[in-house]
Design a protein around this ligand. Structure first.
Ligand SMILES: Cc1cc2nc3c(=O)[nH]c(=O)nc-3n(C[C@H](O)[C@H](O)[C@H](O)COP(=O)(O)OP(=O)(O)OC[C@H]3O[C@@H](n4cnc5c(N)ncnc54)[C@H](O)[C@@H]3O)c2cc1C
Length: 403
């Protein structure tokens, strides 16, 4: 049974919500986390689950600080040593070594992150996990916080409510915060594939009329070299891909990459079926309101071509925990000045990333007005200019890039 009046209520127990509960509890606050269900106890031994993330250095740092990273299975985490981007016959390459970084990112299964978070939360006595969903929310009078009515008809309240409840966020709707939405009319089709040639820790991305294909290197399982496919495909093509049996999908990816002269991994084989997510850019006009904060996908969703959506959510967590922890003695958690400080601290990075991924998605869309030779020239120029590549690598790491 939950503490009926903790310091904070977090609505939404995805990765952002769980990490937020842990970070705030570790800074001494009592938290009730609503809507959190532990994931399955064991990961499948011979395959990967469908949902994988490229975590950047800032996310890794946060998960280390939260003592979560050490509980993720190292044999299922693959460091990305290099990234090759191909478009219009030109190539742009990033190397971790050039950026003096250990890796450009780490590819990890969603379930591996959640399991490690579940384990850490189990030992955190300041967090109460409540699997119920928030059904209704009410602002209490005289700035005394929010009351949440759960779907099993209990009432909980706290001075500060955090909305980590994803793209259809109830918290955002109830607060009246408007959302700017752009539908890419694409789906992110994901599947895990076995490749004949080793990937050498290289992530590969190609932009073409059929959408953006990313092949992310996975740690070998049972001696097999594997990649995770994320194909951001126009809606009709995505439906076609989803209807294919797994092996036919692998052959289709092969054929598409051959057509682009970009098949370097040998024949691909399927390991299971594909899944797909609708791709939208969504930006909440505000990330704070009266006694309330939005984090993660409840606040922003970006095109997955840069693999940054969850990274942004985890950086929200880092900044929110830091802001609340650094508040002057006596300042209430829901003080609007404090919440505005958090909001200002997040605004620039979120907007910059949403704009950058959006511009790239539009630049390479089939109906793009920029001619292919001009785009190729731009890619060649960027590749020949190491300081720009270093800056981009640093920016994607999520770490302060003017160190
Ligand atoms: C194809 C694809 C590939 C991607 N690849 C990457 C990548 O490589 N790297 C990366 O950083 N990001 C990536 N992303 C983005 C990433 O998936 C999301 O940003 C991330 O999952 C959002 O996490 P979240 O915890 O904010 O939201 P969610 O995962 O949506 O979690 C929200 C939680 O809130 C709960 N909830 C909802 N309503 C209520 C309620 N009323 N009461 C209680 N609980 C509620 C839900 O059940 C859920 O558990 C990708 C996205 C796509 C589509």
């Amino acid at each position: 049974m939950s503490n009926p009046s903790p310091d904070l209520l977090i609505c939404g127990g995805g990765i952002a919500g769980k990490a937020c509960a842990l970070a705030l509890a570790q800074s001494g606050l009592s938290v009730t986390l609503l809507g959190a269900r532990p994931v399955a106890a064991a990961l499948p031994s011979g395959s990967y689950t469908q949902r994988l993330y490229a975590l950047n250095a800032a996310s890794r740092q946060l998960l280390d600080q939260l003592r979560v990273w050490p509980h993720m299975p190292p044999e299922r985490i693959e460091p990305v040593r290099a990234m090759h981007i191909r478009a219009d016959g030109a190539q742009l390459a990033f190397h971790a070594q050039e950026a003096q970084a250990e890796a450009l990112a780490w590819i990890v299964e969603s379930d591996a992150i959640e399991r490690a978070l579940d384990l850490a939360l189990r030992f955190e006595r300041r967090v109460q996990i409540d699997p119920a969903q928030a059904a209704r929310l009410h602002r209490l009078p005289a700035q005394s916080g929010w009351q949440v009515q759960t779907d099993d008809d209990r009432a909980l309240q706290a001075p500060l409510l955090i909305g980590a409840d994803g793209e259809h966020s109830l918290v955002r709707k109830v607060s009246g915060i408007a959302m700017d939405t752009h539908d890419y009319l694409q789906r992110g089709v994901v599947a895990n594939l076995v490749c004949a040639a080793p990937h050498d820790g290289v992530a590969f991305q190609t932009f073409a009329d059929g959408g953006v294909i990313a092949l992310l290197p996975l740690a070998p399982l049972q001696g097999r070299s594997m990649v995770s496919l994320v194909w951001s495909a126009p809606e009709a093509l995505a439906q076609e891909l989803l209807a294919l049996p797994p092996q036919a999908l692998a052959q289709r990816v092969d054929a598409h990459l051959h057509g682009l002269r970009a098949q370097h991994l040998g024949p691909l084989q399927a390991t299971g079926s594909a899944a797909a997510w609708r791709l939208q850019r969504q930006l909440a006009r505000h990330t704070v309101a009266d006694g309330l904060v939005l984090i993660g996908d409840a606040a922003h969703r970006v095109h997955p071509l840069a693999g940054q959506g969850l990274n942004l959510g985890l950086q929200d967590v880092q900044v929110l925990a830091h802001t609340l922890q650094q508040r002057p003695a006596g300042q209430a958690l829901h003080d609007p000045r404090l919440l505005r400080r958090y909001s200002r601290a997040r605004a620039e990075q979120v907007l910059a990333l949403a704009t950058a991924t959006d511009s790239l998605a539009r630049l390479y869309a089939a109906q793009s007005r920029v001619p292919a030779p001009l785009r190729a020239l731009g890619l060649h120029a960027a590749n020949a200019f190491p300081p720009l590549k270093q800056l981009l690598t640093r920016y994607a790491s999520g770490l302060p890039y003017l160190a």
